[in-house]
Design a protein around this ligand. Sequence first.
Ligand code: ATR
Length: 270
Amino acid sequence: MGIDAKTQLFGVFGNPVTHSLGPAMHNAAFRALGVNAVYLAFGLDEAKGAALAMRHLNMGGASVTIPHKTEVMAHLDEVNDTARKIGAVNTLVNRDGRLVGYNTDAEGAMRALETRGTIAGKKVALIGAGGAARAVGYGIVQRGGSLVIANRSEEKGRALARDLSAGFTSLDDLDLGGVDILINATSVGMVPRIDAMPVSVEGLTSRTLVMDIVYNPLETALLAAARAKGCPTVDGTAMFVFQAVAQCELWTGQTAPVELMRRTVLEALN
Ligand code: ATR
């Protein structure tokens, strides 16, 4: 479908966005679905600019990323319940001139995990207490998982555990033997420090599903160690792709082409 006067504008607002994989992924999805829309990357210093651009250009929707996910909330007409509870918006939808904020990070992480089984009733250890961990933890609790937070800073870890009514443990005391699902939601292992691991994998057995949210490199030291022990793994592209899948579905009302979106991301990373 060619670009014409009816083409709807979508995009990502953040800083920096020049390496964003969103444009490749969302434009591939729009094309496959036959939606007359384009998705561009907009570097922005102030969160308010995202809401202004959406209104002035009558954009169909947008992604919001670091560092604007929390700040942007004050400039919207409505923030949905999940995003409010997580305290961050990663998706904007223009509903007939009303700007509505959503958060698809929790849903994305859960759909990534659910490619390997259900979450309800599982013992889940979540490493990290930043914005990403907050979204993932919210999703786990929503799905009925039994959650324990492990974090370097005890104060931040306990605060998140309290907000989610979850347990807390120090990284040293984390007993991986009894854990069904282990998730790294810190940046540990990301380039350039690719040898770093967020936790010792001593005690990890093949019964534990291990997910990393880091996707550069695709196989982090944690995932490599888990695989060596025979654990099933979910790499960082999964959450990233599924949060975009959920965005695409909010914007188009259609079922998103998951495989195409995943392939597009993998090709861009290679
Ligand atoms: P984001 O919003 O992307 O989650 P963040 O808010 O900066 O980022 O949070 C980063 C998380 O990674 C935190 O849980 C942080 O631990 P602290 O709360 O102790 O700071 C964790 N993290 C980052 N670098 C780390 C490291 N080298 N070792 C252990 N944890 C680390």
